[in-house]
Design a protein around this ligand. Structure first.
Ligand SMILES: [Zn+2]
Ligand SMILES: [Zn+2]
Length: 148
């Protein structure tokens, strides 16, 4: 998978070493959720994650467990969530290089992009407001080429 520079085994090992240090327990459910996110390389809902784990590995992970785990992952800052406007969060691993999103509000297609000008302009905006920029989220909503 070209999307990430780190291979999955190294990523998982680092993660599993880190979890107990935060006072939490490792679990096979966590491993499978990360595995699905890593190898799909996509933005998946909690339902899609549970469905794919069942399909790929024949393991049952309850939807409540997925939601709880995603909250944990978000707090650990290893995933990012994306709102496509249908009330269901999409999750992706926070491992690839920074990118922004175009979201189709009709078919929920998500396109990743980066634009140097947008990146630079945000630094300028922050500077103009004497603001210490740490991060940003940029999502463009609209209709993809199949939907307009
Ligand atoms: Zn569309
Ligand atoms: Zn993305």
């Amino acid at each position: 998978m070209d999307k990430y520079e780190i291979d999955f085994d190294t990523f998982l090992l680092n993660f599993k070493e880190h979890v107990p240090k935060l006072g939490f327990k490792n679990s096979v459910q966590k491993d499978y959720i990360l595995k699905i996110l890593y190898f799909s390389g996509e933005h998946l809902t909690a339902e899609q994650i549970a469905f794919n784990i069942k399909k790929e590995y024949n393991i049952d992970v309850g939807i409540a467990t997925v939601y709880r785990t995603m909250k944990f992952f978000e707090e650990m800052n290893i995933i990012e969530s994306l709102d496509v406007g249908d009330g269901m969060k999409r999750y992706e691993l926070n491992l690839s290089l920074h990118h922004d999103h175009l979201v189709c509000t009709s078919c929920s297609k998500i396109i990743e992009f980066t634009d140097d000008l947008i990146e630079k302009q945000q630094v300028t905006v922050a500077r103009n407001y004497n603001f210490d920029l740490k991060d940003h989220v940029m999502t463009i909503y609209g209709l993809c080429e199949n939907c307009h």
